[in-house]
Design a protein around this ligand. Structure first.
Ligand code: 5RP
Length: 236
């Protein structure tokens, strides 16, 4: 996706920000454009308070002098803006390509609204072409990997599980000190069933299926930004 499309989606979402809002800041190259835009607004006098979904976003926001908080100090947020790796027509997502899925899900769940920013290429009919990230504790990795494989099979899906590595070949560690197993499933016909099965595996900290969390998506394409869902609607 071109930087222009990422930026277009991010700037469309920036229009939803109002003075005094408590914001969740996503992670990834698209969310980065949103944080840049927010930084410019803050520099121009906008007052907001934000919680980051990763150390990388925290550092970017601090570099732009965006006022930052934590979910301990600010446990309820008005709006979270984040990218996604895949999105279907029911606003179900795969996230975690940037390894921030755990904090992303905690922050999204603490928000009244979650808005996804992406390009139209992220929209799919069936989730699963993008490998599903599953965050696991390092302890007992092989036992957990087998239990995850069994959970996947019980949901009717199948595919290889690969331990995520960094570019230098070392095992990737998330901000929480965990590993990521990427499940190459191709198609996830029953995301709810798979999510439930993965939630029951000891050793699984979180997975990248975001179900019932996104209120809307701003999807940027060559013909402009299309809105999926209701950006003004609240989950609760
Ligand atoms: O889930 C994520 C990070 O964990 C990102 O939101 C997702 O990977 C999309 O990133 P990008 O905007 O760079 O395509």
């Amino acid at each position: 996706m071109s930087e222009d499309l990422k930026k277009a989606a991010a700037l469309a979402a920036l229009e939803l920000v109002r003075p005094g809002m408590r914001l969740g800041l996503g992670t990834g190259s698209t969310a980065r454009h949103f944080v840049d835009g927010l930084g410019a607004k803050v520099a121009a006098g906008l007052e907001v308070i934000c919680v980051a979904t990763s150390e990388a976003t925290q550092a970017q926001a601090e570099s732009l002098s965006i006022p930052m908080s934590t979910l301990d100090e600010t446990p309820e947020l008005d709006l979270t803006i984040d990218g996604a790796d895949e999105i279907d027509s029911a606003l179900r997502l795969i996230k975690g390509g940037g390894a921030a899925l755990l904090r992303e899900k905690v922050v999204a769940a603490a928000s009244k609204r979650m808005i996804v920013i992406a390009d139209t290429g992220k929209q799919v009919e069936t989730l699963g072409r993008f490998p599903l990230p599953i965050e696991v504790v390092p302890f007992g990795l092989e036992a957990t990997r087998r239990a995850v494989a069994a959970a996947i099979a019980s949901s009717g899906a199948s595919g290889e599980l690969k331990l995520r590595k960094r570019t230098d070949g070392a095992t990737l560690l998330t901000d929480g000190g965990h590993y990521i197993l990427d499940a190459h499933l191709g198609r996830i016909e029953l995301p709810d069933v798979l999510a439930l099965a993965l939630n029951q595996v000891p050793g699984v900290v979180e997975h990248g299926l975001f179900l019932g969390l996104a209120n809307a998506a701003f999807l940027a394409g060559s013909d402009g930004v299309r809105v999926l869902g209701d950006p003004a609607g609240e989950r609760r």
